[in-house]
Design a protein around this ligand. Sequence first.
Ligand SMILES: Cc1cc2nc3c(=O)[nH]c(=O)nc-3n(C[C@H](O)[C@H](O)[C@H](O)COP(=O)(O)OP(=O)(O)OC[C@H]3O[C@@H](n4cnc5c(N)ncnc54)[C@H](O)[C@@H]3O)c2cc1C
Ligand SMILES: NC(=O)c1ccc[n+]([C@@H]2O[C@H](COP(=O)([O-])OP(=O)(O)OC[C@H]3O[C@@H](n4cnc5c(N)ncnc54)[C@H](OP(=O)(O)O)[C@@H]3O)[C@@H](O)[C@H]2O)c1
Length: 512
Amino acid sequence: MAALWQRPERLLGAAGLCRTARALSGKSEYDLLVIGGGSGGLACAKEAAQFGRKVAVLDYVEPSPQGTKWGLGGTCVNVGCIPKKLMHQAALLGSALKDAQHYGWNISQPVQHTWSVMAQAVQNYVKSLNWGHRVQLQDKKVKYFNIKGSFSDPHTIRGLTKAGKETFITAEKIVIATGGRPKYPMHIAGALEYGITSDDLFWLKESPGKTLVVGASYVSLECAGFLTGIGLDTTVMMRSIPLRGFDQQMSSLVTEHMESYGTKFLKKCIPTKVEKLESNKLQVTWQNTDLGTEETDSFDTVMWAVGRVPDTKTLNLETVGVKTNSETGKIVVDASEATSVPHIYAVGDITEGRPELTPTAIAAGKLLARRLFGQSSELMDYDNVPTTVFTPLEYGCVGLSEEEAVQCYGSDNIEVYHAYYKPLEFTVAERDATQCYMKMVCLREREQRILGLHFIGPNAGEVIQGFALGIKCGATYPQLMKTIGIHPTCAEEITKLHITKRSGLDATVTGC
Ligand SMILES: Cc1cc2nc3c(=O)[nH]c(=O)nc-3n(C[C@H](O)[C@H](O)[C@H](O)COP(=O)(O)OP(=O)(O)OC[C@H]3O[C@@H](n4cnc5c(N)ncnc54)[C@H](O)[C@@H]3O)c2cc1C
Ligand SMILES: NC(=O)c1ccc[n+]([C@@H]2O[C@H](COP(=O)([O-])OP(=O)(O)OC[C@H]3O[C@@H](n4cnc5c(N)ncnc54)[C@H](OP(=O)(O)O)[C@@H]3O)[C@@H](O)[C@H]2O)c1
């Protein structure tokens, strides 16, 4: 016994020592330990610290299979929303340069884009955000560990540094916010060896050149959109429908616009192998399921955008009994973000059935901290979450798609108001506005509550963000009609929607 007290670590090891300390004192080192320093985890940790609690956050970035790594802040900051939106902006500026000539600007030709300049500027900004997050944690007295965490026991996390050094940390409550990573289609020969994902694209020092983007959802269409916009030969390979889960009429308009903008689409095609040619080009083979043929082409870059996977396996969740969905690998949580283990919670992309969006992860993390430490009982409300797909012509929406509304209420009970409109700024620039479209899905009963709003056009995110408040508050069609528009804007067209789909009348907006 004496020996144990003198040299306990020899007999117990660090984990045992940690557990013993907790067992003897009944106390953990931290009130809250958050695993994952991304959108949800950082928000939760900072909010908990505001209540004077002792909080720690672990963040560790496993390099991508191509070796790309980054700093603190998670997916959004480093390989998601932020670099994506900035590169989208680079592409929009290219279109603005074309418009500018119609407005009298003399721009000497040829106008060219230099990837390395854009990438360096974006990467520098991202690095400044990494630094900002570290400073914020320090200011709020949240202890940050750059280590990879996994469960050792229900209150102890085993952390591993890059150099392989082990640390054990105990906490009363633990929040898992470890997000997800891009999926590789491992059944496709050469996919892992030669392909990249969005984890690499934003950190490339040199232009990706002629690029094939496989997949047809948010990540694929947004990346293909800005690559086309900065002048690269870009192809999207789509095995089924675009933007699954979104309103399909709107989704088709998005891809139609992308095609007219210069993005090539290989529809109903499934990749089968990727090989490296002597020229260093990547030869991709695919099945065209419509024609039943095998086709090939060569590209400089192949990017997989075939979905994201949660990395729950390495967290050692089974040891502590945290339940995951066996199909998706995501953590099962209840309305209070509680897992199957009472003091362990999860927020953000790692959780089953939640939107994979930064603002929902942040809000869920903050509300969780308030419930845990601030005597709040407010739950996160995942209804009517607005979102925008940042394709060259943006698509923003909130609420139900037309298909969902029909499914929930029946087509006889919904009214769809719609309009094709021309943004004023497109007129002088002689831009085609064929896909500038909006529709509002309402209940047909007297009150006509708005169920969904969909908008394709410039600054869709800015437009939908405002209307989202009204829809969250239960706005009705008559209330929207009483809303005075701001002239001349695209958003004002929403306040003027009066043609119903049912009427079959021409929905093209004419005049002012
Ligand atoms: C290309 C792209 C564009 C996107 N664009 C948008 C957009 O425009 N708008 C939007 O709202 N959303 C967008 N998203 C989604 C958004 O980025 C995510 O929903 C959001 O980042 C999820 O936050 P999170 O906290 O759940 O996880 P993350 O932000 O992924 O953070 C998880 C963190 O945990 C770390 N980690 C993982 N395992 C461990 C471990 N064992 N120990 C320690 N640390 C660990 C990870 O390295 C990471 O830093 C985009 C995503 C992608 C990929
Ligand atoms: N602007 C934003 O807010 C934004 C931007 C980017 C990402 N995100 C978030 O990130 C999440 C993940 O987006 P994601 O685009 O990565 O994934 P996703 O929504 O899961 O879409 C995956 C796409 O890849 C296709 N696919 C899957 N396996 C394939 C295979 N083996 N071969 C060919 N195609 C395949 C799918 O086609 P099928 O439809 O046929 O299955 C689908 O088009 C989204 O849910 C979103 O919430 C948000």
